[in-house]
Ligand binder design. Sequence first.
Ligand SMILES: Nc1nc2c(ncn2[C@@H]2O[C@H](COP(=O)(O)OP(=O)(O)OP(=O)(O)O)[C@@H](O)[C@H]2O)c(=O)[nH]1
Ligand SMILES: [Mg+2]
Length: 456
Amino acid sequence: MLENLSQSLKETIRKITKASYIDKDIVEDLVRDIQRALLKSDVNVQLALNISKKVQERAMNEKPPEGMSPRNYIIKIIYEELVSLLGKEKEIKLRPQKIMLVGLYGHGKTTTAGKLGRFFQRKGLPVHLVACDVHRPAASEQLEQIGKQLNIPVFSMKGERDARKIVKAFLSEARSDEVIIFDTSGRHDLEEDLIQELKDLKDLIKPDEIFLVLDATIGQLAGREAKAFKDAVNITGVILTKLDGTAKGGGALSAVAETGAPIAFIGTGEHLEDLEIFDPKRFISRILGLGDLQTLLETAKEMEIDEKKAEETAEKLMSGKFNLKDMYDIWEQMSKPGILQKMLNSIPTFSLPGAEKIDSSFMEQSEQKLNKYRVILDSMTYEELENPEIIKGTRIERIARGSGTSPEDVRQLLKEFNTMVRAMKNMKGNRKMMRILKKQFGKNMPELDEEENQGS
Ligand SMILES: Nc1nc2c(ncn2[C@@H]2O[C@H](COP(=O)(O)OP(=O)(O)OP(=O)(O)O)[C@@H](O)[C@H]2O)c(=O)[nH]1
Ligand SMILES: [Mg+2]
């Protein structure tokens, strides 16, 4: 996904980390690289210029905070400016709700209805799909097919030509504890009769969310469409699909963000698992390859905010009384750029192959493993997260299926969890360990660069 953009930007980051000092020429060179990379992925010229100007200005004028090298600071600036290009994060609520999907022909509404269904199903919530597309022939069959695949009920009324009637009939017997996803009709264009239909459905459904499903392969044109739908039916978020198959993803993402409509999810393939919550920060970290760089990106300030949580986490770890949910929290914290490396570097219980320093391939492997584990945990129900001991037999199989992994992977995760619990129990009362953990999770992060030539 966004391979080209990612590669060029990673190359830029590499240039920075390799540079022996940072000066005006290098900054200009970097800024040109960033501009070129953005334009190539269809980011609007003006937006690309603004970003690069901002990066240049900040890189030349701002002083890195104490303890951060100029090099790392420039990476941080680039990271922050790219994140700002992608707009705000949309909070996805994990509770029963009504979601209405809207969008033009072929942008991926019906597929996305299934993907969303799977997403909420994995979170342990009951899901219902409702087929309100009365225009496309066989639209309800397509949704039924998807429902069958996922074991999710689908409400449809074959032959009914009025979507309003379908919605009314469904709502008259709808349950209130489900996530209900309404697939609606598209058109070639946002025509007046589509707007009217969507408005009527919206009045009937009273949805918690109206997500516009938008094909990312149209690049920055996606912005115009997002704006039109925003004006017409006041969408609450956008789901950008087909980001897997386009070189224009940067354009689509940035143009949509510019309209102020938050991007809620991204579709990254044809399979029903290929949907991700869109988190601008994590997305950019990934694009920039920061997960496997020894780069401290979190500011001292951000670290302070996390400190309380960090201490709680450390206490919990040490108490030996934690469940999979806590482990998930711990992994979340560790997934911050650079933190994993430091954790692994200094905590013996994470059983390194004896090495003092971890090479980057091992890091990559660990990040990959963590990502896999995160998906597995996502597929567990709350009950399972809180009582890992109930996860056996068919549950293991279900979780593996839900997360697109193998039962072996799930067992491996459980095994590591148990090892961790045991190790931590043994560790109990070990003061020194406690200090290391607090330090690792808290502020006072160790320096990465011993010395640095001041260039700017
Ligand atoms: N590669 C890829 N293909 C996708 C993605 N999302 C949807 N598609 C494909 O896009 C095509 C259209 O998807 P649909 O879900 O039928 O689109 P729709 O918006 O419901 O279309 P209409 O019902 O005709 O309005 C299908 O072939 C999907 O497999 C994605 O994220 N990646
Ligand atoms: Mg459809």
